[in-house]
Design a protein around this ligand. Structure first.
Ligand code: NIG
Ligand code: FE
Length: 416
């Protein structure tokens, strides 16, 4: 199957083969071609270039007539679909009641301490059938695809019992098998201490290590492992214990760190070769130092800062230090009930003062790296999968985050 996209006003996000992430000053630039075409063969980008040739020259007419499908981009912008490297979109129901508590002044920690928060979602999930959980989650998957997301990482962590964690991961596996979007699954048994283990946190950590992880590994349900390493949740030592156990099964970490406090999560993540350390609302220079020279992607979740009123991550300082930065939505019912990556890109610019180019790179190639797919997704590169979105004609790349509520996305093309 050969598809030609023609009449492309701007083709954005072109990267040379072999580029897996962009760090420091390399994040400042987005390579674009104006007046372009792009060819997809069997789901892979096989050619692109300037389209002058499509106006009357014989070769290009042959090119066009050889294709099975022609997509007229009508002068719009074509760019890589967003990669959302941190979400919790498999959950049951919602937490709109806690929204009221939050507005009334309760903090995320206070809501959690009252037995709400993650435990509230775990109770709802327990009562929900597998089919219903799949149905509700697929609504969110369809929602984010329509908003231009082409790859998504999904975490467990609302089960918190052996059976319910497996139930969640099996639903994620079903989404992986049935949805057109690329999915990576992360086991987050250590998201909170399950209700039955209240006051027995170390026994719960043993359950995660000795019962959950072996079963998750045996069924090959997880690409990654995560721990909520933060004040009031899991300590650095507990995190290391879980990550070491996961390493025995060859499962790489991607962890929650420094959302609520300077937790030591970044350092333990780097020490355990985490693919990414995520949140980073609370960081000092020592976290930046710890990340220097590592292969770990610092990932910030501005939708969570927006919703909870937390400080935004110091993305500019990370980039100035020569580090890469990825952005992701954290779509979940408690701290970021939105998976709109375009809004994330806008928050990157408006609140974190990233340039549109830096924010674009953070939401595409770097977030692809943060979920282990930057070899096949995240840029316009020959040989990569054609996961692309086409917009209406826009005056510039900056218009995408600038006018972030204007519905400009015309078409999303996904291949797995
Ligand atoms: O990334 N911080 C931990 N986990 C989620 C929130 C989960 C929830 O509140 O349901 C987060 O913000
Ligand atoms: Fe999260």
């Amino acid at each position: 199957m050969k598809t030609v996209i023609y009449n492309i006003g701007t083709l954005a996000g072109i990267l040379p083969e072999g580029t897996r992430k962009l760090e420091g000053a390399r994040m400042d630039h987005v390579e674009c071609i104006n007046d372009a075409y792009l060819v997809i063969e069997d789901g892979i980008i096989t050619d692109f270039g300037t389209a002058g040739c499509f106006r009357g020259d014989n070769d290009s007419e042959t090119y066009l007539s050889n294709a099975d499908e022609h997509i007229d981009a009508h002068g719009g912008l074509v760019m890589p679909a967003f990669c959302d490297s941190h979400t919790h979109i498999v959950y049951a129901g919602c937490r709109d009641g806690e929204f009221r508590d939050k507005i009334a002044g309760l903090s995320y920690e206070e809501i959690a301490a009252r037995g709400g928060g993650i435990l509230n979602s775990a109770d709802l999930l327990h009562k929900t059938s597998d089919d219903e959980l799949y149905r509700q989650s697929m609504e969110r998957v369809n929602e984010i695809m329509a908003m231009g997301t082409g790859a998504v990482e999904i975490k467990s962590g609302y089960g918190l019992t052996v059976e319910d964690e497996l139930k969640m991961l099996r639903v994620i596996k079903r989404i992986k098998e049935t949805a057109p979007i690329t999915v990576k699954a992360t086991f987050l048994g250590a998201h909170a201490v399950g209700r039955a283990y209240k006051g027995r946190q170390s026994e719960y950590v043993d359950l995660v290590c000795n019962e959950m992880l072996p079963k998750v590994a045996a069924e090959r349900l997880a690409d990654y492992v995560d721990v909520f390493c933060d004040e009031g949740f899991f300590t650095v030592d507990e995190t290391e214990k879980i990550l070491k156990k996961a390493a025995e099964y060859g499962i790489t970490p991607k962890i929650h760190a420094n959302e609520l406090a300077v937790s030591g999560g970044v350092q333990v993540g780097v020490k355990c070769n985490a693919l990414s350390v995520d949140h980073l609302e609370k960081t000092t220079d020592s976290e930046i130092e710890a990340l220097r020279g590592s292969l770990t992607m610092p990932t910030m979740l501005p939708g969570c800062s927006f919703f909870l009123g937390l400080p935004y991550g110091r993305a500019k300082d990370y980039i100035k230090a020569g580090l890469p930065v990825a952005l992701a939505s954290d779509y979940n019912p408690g701290s970021s009930p939105s998976g709109n990556m375009r809004f994330v890109m806008a928050l990157g610019c408006i609140k974190m003062r990233l340039t549109p180019e830096q924010s674009f790179n953070a939401c595409t190639i770097n977030s692809a790296y943060a979920m282990g797919v930057s070899d096949i997704l995240g840029s316009v590169t020959i040989g990569k999968k054609a996961n692309l979105l086409i917009t209406k004609p826009v005056p510039s790349l900056a218009f995408i985050p600038y006018s972030h509520q204007t519905p400009v996305i015309e078409k999303v093309i996904l291949h797995r």
